[in-house]
Design a protein. Structure first.
Length: 368
């Protein structure tokens, strides 16, 4: 809960700013304020009129924010990770101004509060699980709103997206773009479940999601993470018998014997690295998914789509086709993706755009 002395701290910082210009406090206090309960469970006082928004440690949020606004309006800074992804993805084609925003106030999830203050934000959006960051921002007199992940709910990607969009509505007011996307996502999910219903569990493929992989480490995504939702919702069993993100050795993969392997965009590797056995110390050649050429990299949309993204629904379709090609033989994923971007962004995708999204390379790997 935000304590009552926050108003006093804001006033103190305002007075200090008269003698130290550039400290980041507005010349005039807001005419009126409102209080919202954020996703982290804190009551946050916000100015009624918000003109300067800073996003710090919640990496996927800039793309969600820009969809909500229909532009980069009011946004003054984003995490460097988000800009790194934008540079190599469709995000910067739809919203080119995203590349002009400030990023120097944060390194990974470590923020420089002095640099934040210089940017004079009306509000900061941060990862809601990071309560140390909340305290740092609050103690600096900054209104900070937490956007949490859905890991406590088993990694439900759809719930995550809905929660973030609803919280943006609580801050900025009702927005027809929210209802439109949520309804579409629910419709797509229901249609997929109708087709998958009745498929015996033992007939579903075993799929493994490789979160990151280098010559020195292999991390997989097990239950209790987004992987559980992605696979269960698209007709696959999670081959990884672990909880959360775990480091494992290749012998563990042999014991799981996955039929399909998915690589996230948090890793520099591409399918060819496994299919051609290029990674020293890891012999993938005897894994069924590799032998049968069923190794895929998650699509790269406005953000890395293993995490919550606006493209959630078309990624669900993409995975459903990979997991159950017979059931979804009528789905033309190129057509589905192009139709989605046209409908929700007013953007006409080229074949080059489609290839870059659905068959991404290794260029977007920055994680800090």
């Amino acid at each position: 809960m935000m304590k009552r002395n926050v108003g006093f701290m804001l006033a103190l910082l305002f007075c200090t700013a008269q003698f130290a210009p550039g400290m980041g406090v507005k010349d005039k206090a807001p005419a009126s304020t409102k209080v919202i309960r954020d996703l982290a469970g804190n009551d946050v006082e916000l100015p009624e009129r918000i003109e300067r928004v800073l996003i710090t440690s919640i990496w996927p949020l800039p793309a969600v924010y820009c969809y909500f606004m229909g532009s980069t309006e009011k946004l003054i800074g984003i995490p460097g990770v988000a800009r790194s992804v934008a540079e190599g993805s469709i995000f910067s084609k739809i919203y080119p101004d995203i590349l002009k925003l400030e990023t120097g106030f944060i390194n990974g999830t470590t923020i420089n509060v002095e640099e934040v203050l210089k940017l004079k934000p009306d509000v900061v959006f941060y990862t809601g699980e990071g309560q140390a960051e909340y305290e740092l921002l609050k103690n600096a007199g900054i209104s900070a709103v937490g956007f949490t992940t859905a890991m406590k709910g088993g990694g439900d990607v759809a719930v995550n997206i809905e929660d973030w969009l609803r919280q943006l509505e609580a801050i900025f007011g009702k927005n027809a773009r929210v209802e439109k996307l949520i309804n579409y996502n629910r419709q797509v999910y229901a249609e997929l479940q109708d087709k998958l219903r009745g498929t015996p569990e033992n007939e579903k493929p075993k799929a493994l999601i490789v979160f990151t992989h280098t010559a020195s480490a292999l991390q997989v995504a097990g239950n209790g993470h987004y992987s559980a939702y992605w696979l269960a919702s698209t007709g696959a069993r999670n081959a990884a018998d672990v909880t959360g993100i775990q480091n494992i050795d290749i012998e563990r993969v042999f014991s799981w014997s996955p039929d399909i392997i998915y690589l996230t965009n948090f890793s520099p590797i591409v399918p060819a690295d496994l299919l051609e056995n290029r990674i020293d110390g890891f012999d993938w050649s005897q894994v069924p998914a590799v032998r049968n050429d069923k190794v895929y990299k998650f699509p790269l949309g406005t953000y890395r789509s293993y995490a919550p993204s606006i493209e959630f629904s078309v990624v669900l379709k993409w995975m459903a086709v990979k997991n159950n090609p017979g059931l979804f033989a009528d789905v033309d994923i190129n057509h589905e993706v192009a139709a989605f971007y046209r409908e929700f962004y007013g953007y006409t995708m080229t074949q080059s755009d489609l290839d870059a999204m659905l068959r991404p390379g290794a260029m977007v790997t920055q994680t800090h």
